[in-house]
Design a protein around this ligand. Structure first.
Ligand SMILES: Nc1ncnc2c1ncn2[C@@H]1O[C@H](COP(=O)(O)OP(=O)(O)OP(=O)(O)O)[C@@H](O)[C@H]1O
Ligand SMILES: [Mg+2]
Length: 270
């Protein structure tokens, strides 16, 4: 990285500040977090961001920028990777949630769909969905209603409900991972690289469902994606991470219009 790029970045950050959402509209607030793996590897140096109620926010950045680590810090899954948030705050509805276990956070409405479509491959599609449902201990009737709701969003999952998840296609597994997360009745879904390794047509299908979920259920999403054009097309606002820091932030349309986004921050061809 050249010195001139560093200067350009600092300058950009100054002028790109965006007004935070009004307090009652702020669902999640991350302020100044530092995250370290194994007591030694600094993965996130200083990240602040907000997510409004019912908002889609894109979290962009090149490989290793810290996107997944920020998601893990929010969802409480960081500790499973021996990562610790050493500085900063994370607040949900203004209340400190840093240090709460992932299952407690899930009952509060935060769910994390991890990178790489983690499904239980020897369970059927429906059995996988049920693992998400038990959090709120629904009655049998309510459970069926919730399953039908998810099948309504993802008709492909209904068709495959008795198939072992390991035999479902990559796109279906991604839908399954999202569908299972929906069964926890989330207010905020942390979605890590939903497009990874999938054909463009399937990616469009998944993002269209995300947009509908957001519109019709008011579910908020934090989308960690390397595919900037795609996630900025669906997000209202975005943040660009560079080696563990927020390098740029602003309305999605403004970020998408920048011709230096790819060259400087995402480390790929425009
Ligand atoms: N389990 C881990 N143990 C140690 N270091 C890790 C671990 N996971 C990530 N890191 C390091 O933390 C930094 C941030 O990684 P992270 O996975 O958050 O980036 P990312 O933006 O999600 O990248 P990608 O686009 O490749 O998914 C990297 O330097 C990475 O090597
Ligand atoms: Mg990642």
């Amino acid at each position: 990285m050249t010195v001139s790029h560093d200067k350009e970045k600092r300058h950009d950050h100054d002028i790109e500040a965006v007004a935070p959402a009004a307090d009652q509209d702020t669902l999640l607030e991350v302020s100044g977090i530092e995250v370290v793996y194994g007591g030694a590897i600094l993965a996130v140096a200083d990240v602040s961001l907000t997510i409004g109620n019912g908002e889609i926010v894109a979290l962009l950045g090149a490989n290793g920028a810290g996107k997944s680590t920020v998601l893990k810090a929010i969802s409480g899954l960081a500790s499973a990777d021996r990562a610790k948030v050493r500085r900063g705050h994370i607040r949900l509805d203004g209340e400190d949630i840093l240090g709460l276990a992932a299952n407690r956070l899930a009952t509060r409405g935060i769910v994390h769909v991890m990178e790489g479509r983690h499904v239980f491959s020897h369970l059927t599609v429906e059995e996988n969905l049920l693992t998400g449902a038990f959090l709120h201990r629904p009655s049998r009737k309510e459970l069926q209603r919730q399953l039908d709701d998810v099948y309504g969003w993802f008709p492909r999952l209904r068709d495959k409900r008795r198939t072992h998840a390991g035999l479902a296609s990559g796109g279906e597994q991604q839908m399954l991972a999202i569908g299972r997360a929906l069964l926890t009745q989330p207010r905020l879904v942390l979605l890590d690289e939903p497009s990874m390794g999938l054909a463009p047509r399937i990616v469009q299908e998944i993002f269209a469902i995300i947009a509908r979920l957001n519109r019709e259920k008011g579910t908020a999403f934090l989308l960690a994606e390397q595919n900037a054009a795609l996630s900025l097309a669906y997000a209202q606002r975005g943040y660009v991470l560079d080696t563990g820091r927020v390098a740029l932030e602003g309305p999605a349309a403004d970020l998408a219009a920048r011709d230096d986004l790819h060259r400087i921050y995402l480390g790929d061809a425009p």
